[in-house]
Design a protein around this ligand. Structure first.
Ligand SMILES: [Zn+2]
Length: 347
């Protein structure tokens, strides 16, 4: 993104950023036209309790103004203080659907249930969709400031590309997830979960392609730190579970679990929320390694994340490897229960 932008566009970026912050979006839930509020990709309460100091965490700046600071897309990204009210938010759902869809994801670490996994899956997909949609809107608005017709057209072409991505993503991913929630048994969600006994001081949510050129290969992740433990959840549609299995093959030894956590937090994730207690404990070299690792995959040389998060020996070795990879299937009957919660009013 930032490769397209030049400091001369500073004013245009600031105006566009403000336009996007105020732009109205409708709720993504099928059939609902209510205005979307700012949903939290990371539960605000756990963020406040497990991560924040004086109401702030460290993350990438959640605005396009960040692009102004960088000369090139290959520059390390800026990790800055972010208030927890603004951390990892997206305009996805109206208040009613936000509550109904994501309440199961807010279960405490010891209260996990199948509804929680489908809810986490939806949240990661919705966040990704809203990011891409926002980026398309950003480019389209920016194009209006470009005088040169060729330059303007190149912005619009990239915006169109993101729009097509969003349409496909809505049909294939969000649509399928809504169908599951509403009771369809055509597909289901597979999950892989690890409990950690310590607060890892980082939370993040999103999804990534296991195979860069395979649209079907999307795996969703939620790393959630609590005051007395942490949870890593990877989810995928059952129809394409082979991609999750292929991804986990890279971590098929107990000593690789620590790398897996760091890769999710700093290599796969675009904007992890990092506790000041962790960020401020890092030396300059470690911080630079994180900032470099968080760059867009097209602009970085790293093949995995720096090992910033350190697991205890017990957490690293808690699983015999075959057990780690033995995932529990997710049953659609439980999703039907969630569907009953969600359906009544809006359809
Ligand atoms: Zn709604």
């Amino acid at each position: 993104m930032s490769s397209c932008l030049h400091k001369n566009n500073k004013r245009a970026i600031q105006v566009t950023d403000k336009y996007l912050r105020n732009k109205r979006y409708s709720c993504l839930f099928p059939g609902c036209n209510e205005t979307a509020i700012q949903s939290h990709a990371i539960q605000r309460a756990s963020c406040a309790e497990a991560l924040a100091t004086n109401g702030v965490v460290y993350s990438l700046q959640q605005s396009y103004n960040m692009a102004i600071k960088n000369n090139s897309a290959t520059d390390p990204l800026h990790v800055v203080k972010v208030g927890i009210n603004d951390a990892s938010v997206f305009k996805g759902f109206c208040p009613a659907h936000d509550t109904m869809l994501f309440a199961p994801a807010e279960a405490p670490p010891m209260g996990k249930n199948d509804g929680m996994y489908i809810s986490l899956h939806l949240r990661a997909l919705a966040l990704e969709y809203c990011r891409k949609r926002r980026h398309a809107d950003f480019l389209r608005k920016m194009a209006g400031f470009i005088v040169n017709p060729e330059g303007r057209q190149s912005y619009l072409s990239v915006a169109d590309m993101h729009d097509r991505f969003c349409s496909n993503f809505m049909a294939l991913y969000l649509g399928s997830t809504f169908n599951i929630i509403l009771g369809s048994s055509i597909d289901s969600i597979e999950y892989f979960v690890i409990n950690f006994s310590q607060n890892l001081l980082v939370s993040c949510c999103g999804c990534f392609n296991v195979e860069p050129d395979e649209f079907e290969s999307v795996v969703a992740y939620n790393l959630i730190s609590y005051s007395e433990g942490s949870l890593l959840v990877l989810t995928v549609f059952k129809a394409v579970e082979r991609f999750l299995d292929a991804f986990l093959e890279n971590y098929n030894q107990p000593q690789r679990i620590e790398q897996l956590v760091n890769d999710i937090a700093f290599f796969r994730c675009e904007e992890p929320l990092i506790s000041p207690r962790l960020w401020l404990s890092l030396n300059d070299e470690e911080r630079l390694a994180v900032r470099r690792s968080l760059r867009h995959p097209d602009y970085r040389d790293e093949i995995e994340a720096p090992r910033i998060i350190k697991l205890t020996k017990a957490d690293s070795e808690q699983f015999a490897v075959p057990k780690v990879l033995a995932r529990t299937p997710h049953y659609t009957a439980i999703m039907n229960d969630l569907g009953k919660l969600v359906c009544p009013n809006k359809l």
